[in-house]
Design a protein around this ligand. Structure first.
Ligand SMILES: N#Cc1ccc(Nc2nc(N)cc(-n3cnc(CCO)c3)n2)cc1
Length: 288
């Protein structure tokens, strides 16, 4: 399952905002090893009290992350329960959530393609283990490196960690699931159960976010209009980079079995050459 961490071994620092149904804080975890005490930087994710009846699902997400390890999967150290507080203790990822980072910073197409490839590899890892994450989105991608643009080259390349899936759809009300359109695969909306192909759909939506600078897809639609978006088999506005738009629409096919395998997604991404204007502009050989 997961490691239980004593509340007295946790240090609480500043609040860093919230996730879905959670508050997040910067913190520390004290480990006592043969007389020495060592403090690890952690992220403390506290389940909102009004959702405390979803604590099993919250801890299921923690044990999901604790039982698989991969270079692009977030490390979850364990959980702590104190009075009515349910706390997930995660590794502190230096630059935080990718959606916020993309809104604040301008990054190159090759930077974005690098992130997309890392996410595709993670998807492949999960698919080979027949594991479904169920909540892939830019908000759940954390940037461990490559967050400060003016650092020299090697530091500049991004490195992502996929966060925990959070409370499962089954526990969330229909309203909340509707609000996850267009990340939630259409078949999940109907049956409220996660199938292998649903992560591919969400991968497509997450690609759209990454290559649209963190813009929130369908932001202005209310839940009813979002339901209609699926009822009418609508697609997101397509990007100007045609080859990438093509991959996104392949992943976001309403017929789940037609979505590409993660291996073909990786092949497609490896076959993409960042369009010249990006390179030419970067080298300054094309007047701005
Ligand atoms: N300024 C700033 C700053 C904020 C946060 C981090 N680090 C970190 N580490 C994690 N393990 C998880 C998260 N996290 C962020 N948002 C969510 C909820 C939505 O996913 C989770 N952030 C680093 C810098």
């Amino acid at each position: 399952q997961f490691h239980m961490i004593k509340h007295e071994d946790l240090i609480w620092k500043e609040s860093l905002g919230q996730g879905s149904f959670t508050q997040i804080y910067r913190g520390g975890k004290v480990d006592r090893q043969d007389g020495e005490t060592h403090t690890t930087d952690v992220l403390l994710k506290v389940l909102d009290v009004e959702h405390k009846n979803s604590w099993e699902s919250f801890f299921e997400a923690a044990s999901f992350m604790s039982q698989i390890s991969h270079t692009h999967l977030l490390m979850v150290y364990g959980v702590s329960v104190h009075k009515s507080k349910n706390i997930m203790v995660q590794e502190f990822v230096k630059y935080g959530a990718l959606d916020l980072y993309l809104k604040r910073s301008s990054v190159s197409l090759s930077w974005k393609l690098d992130v997309a490839k890392q996410l595709a590899c993670t998807l492949n890892f999960l698919e080979e283990k027949n594991i479904v994450h169920g909540n892939i989105c830019a908000k759940n991608l954390l940037l461990a490196r490559g967050g400060d643009p003016n650092s020299e080259n090697s530091e500049n390349s991004p490195f992502i960690k996929l966060s925990d899936p959070g409370i499962s759809m089954a526990m969330l009300g229909k309203e909340v699931v509707l609000d996850r359109i267009p990340w939630v695969a259409p078949e999940v909306l109907e049956k409220l159960e996660l199938g292998q192909q649903c992560d591919k759909w969400s991968f497509g939506t997450t690609l759209w976010e990454i290559f649209n600078g963190g813009e929130i897809p369908l932001q202005r639609l209310d839940p009813k209009q979002k339901q209609r978006f699926y009822d009418q088999r609508s697609q997101l506005p397509c990007l100007e980079w045609a080859e990438l738009a093509d991959l996104i629409s392949q992943c976001m096919q309403y017929q789940a079995e037609l979505r590409p395998s993660s291996r073909s997604i990786i092949r497609h991404l490896n076959g993409l050459i960042t369009p010249d204007y990006e390179v030419l502009h970067a080298s300054g050989s094309v007047p701005e």
